[in-house]
Design a protein around this ligand. Structure first.
Ligand code: C5P
Length: 244
């Protein structure tokens, strides 16, 4: 294990060189950070839960034809994914006002938005991931106009499908963050695929009847029982039965 080449270590994940060219091992840590890493903690078992929840969602997306980097889960904390060139954007889709959009426009948290809103943030820790427009994205060449169109279409398709997946489990998908990458074929042609993860670390998930938060806001806002809430999300989605 220790001989593996570490490619990158982020706040919640480590990327190692994969067993075959063009593959990467994505390792989920128990570390949690918020507010651009000003707040940190280790939440025992979080990595295992996020690995399983993200696997479940990515597999469903692969099955309905949404291209993703996900290949298969390797063990409790790791999954094999395709190596992609990450597009330096955090793509946020919002269905209900919460978090930064509530602050920015003074909309009460919990108010449904007129329609799903897609936002772009430039991935740059030093700048605090600023909100950017499509104009910035294409002018600075972070993505081409065609890639942006593909990203928006994929983000909305993922939103529709994953909202339904969670609704079936009694959970409302308030908002979430996606990352996309370019996957190159043998002729060096790139296509946009969904990368990174979809887990309670990067979604807002509220219980459909009580509005109880079941996501990373429990950590950000010191609400307690963070991993318990993630485990409840996994349980309701019908995963991790063997751990009951
Ligand atoms: O903070 P804000 O309201 O903009 O977050 C919107 C969504 O994006 C939330 O679900 C949050 O968990 C996610 N997000 C994230 N990583 C960031 C910023 C936001 O996963 N760096």
């Amino acid at each position: 294990m220790s001989r593996r080449k570490k490619l990158y270590e982020g706040k919640a994940k480590i990327l190692y060189e994969g067993p075959e060219p063009g593959t990467i091992i994505q390792h989920f840590k128990d570390d949690a950070t918020a507010f651009n890493a000003q707040k940190r903690a280790t939440l025992e078992g979080k990595g295992v839960l996020n690995n399983r929840i993200s696997e479940f969602i990515m597999e469903h997306l692969n099955r309905i034809g949404v291209p993703t980097h996900f290949i298969r889960r390797l063990n409790m904390r790791e999954q094999l994914v395709r190596e992609v060139e990450i597009i330096p954007l955090e793509v946020v889709v919002r269905n209900v006002a919460a978090g930064s959009i509530s602050k920015r426009f003074n909309i009460p948290e919990g108010e449904p938005l007129p329609r799903a809103i897609v936002e772009f943030y430039f991935k740059d820790d030093a700048l605090g991931d600023p909100l950017v427009s499509e104009e910035h994205v294409t002018a600075f060449n972070w993505a081409s106009p065609q890639e942006i169109d593909e990203i928006i279409a994929l983000a909305l398709r993922v939103n529709d499908f994953v909202s339904g997946l969670f609704a079936g489990a009694g959970i409302r998908l308030i908002d979430f963050k996606l990352e996309f990458g370019r996957l190159y074929d043998q002729n060096d042609m790139a296509r946009v695929v969904l990368a990174d993860e979809i887990s309670p670390d990067c979604c807002r998930l509220w219980d459909m009847t009580t509005n109880e938060k079941m996501d990373k806001d429990r950590f950000r806002r010191d609400l307690g029982n963070v991993t318990e809430a993630y485990a409840e999300v996994a349980r309701r989605l019908g995963i991790m039965r063997e751990m009951d």
